[in-house]
Design a protein around this ligand. Sequence first.
Ligand code: CDP
Ligand code: CDP
Length: 229
Amino acid sequence: RDKELTIAIDGWTACGKSTLAKALAKELNYVFVDSGAMYRGATLHAMRKNLVSRNHVDINRIIASLPEIKIAFKNNAKGKAELYLNGENVEKEIRSIEVSNSVSSVAKIKEVRLFLVKQQRIMGINGGVVMDGRDIGSIVFPLAELKLFMTADPDIRAQRRFDELTSKGEKVTLEEVKENLKLRDEMDSTREESPLTQVEDAIVLDNSNLTPKEQLTKVLELVKKVRKK
Ligand code: CDP
Ligand code: CDP
């Protein structure tokens, strides 16, 4: 049997990281972890307690409430991983524009990151894992055998996310989505704690003009090369 790799996928907002990570995991029979969903879950918990809104973050109380949070992934009947927050399926709610507008303010808190990174490392402890996020190759799995840094044209990313949200019945405008992506990219890449960075050993993948299938084919070739090393 081939060696089980750890694959880290980082990059800008809505550039296809989860789509690729999910498809790779399926193809390789690996575990897929959407680390962003975990930050979204922690943010939803804080929102429900009124500890965060667009222009207010109660950092101390968010930190104090971390022990209340139990985050887990469970596969649905179709085999798609969905996020559970304290036993409740919150998969749909965490993708809302409201959560998107607050998540970067919660994700910049050091204690929140330590709390989630610890769980992410346990999920990948045996290898055979594809994890996507912002700090996977830099902080969570700095020794990952394959690291990708994904990017795509901002307008294309906004259009893709807008199509995705509206197809699920979410009421948003393209402008709102554009604004959200811009703000999160800015906050995520300039924060003090584990900012989004392109690590030296990451391979850059610009998928502006690639379909999900084409990007998967490309990366499967990279996986083959890494396994031969
Ligand atoms: O899917 P999308 O690109 O919209 O974002 P996501 O992967 O769901 O992540 C949501 C937010 O969580 C990001 O904007 C970051 O603020 C935060 N995040 C992070 O800080 N570190 C990670 N490893 C993953 C997500
Ligand atoms: O995880 P991240 O936020 O980086 O992006 P995603 O949720 O995987 O992808 C955002 C949207 O772009 C999804 O609707 C994907 O189907 C779409 N996509 C695409 O159209 N072409 C690609 N090459 C990759 C993703």
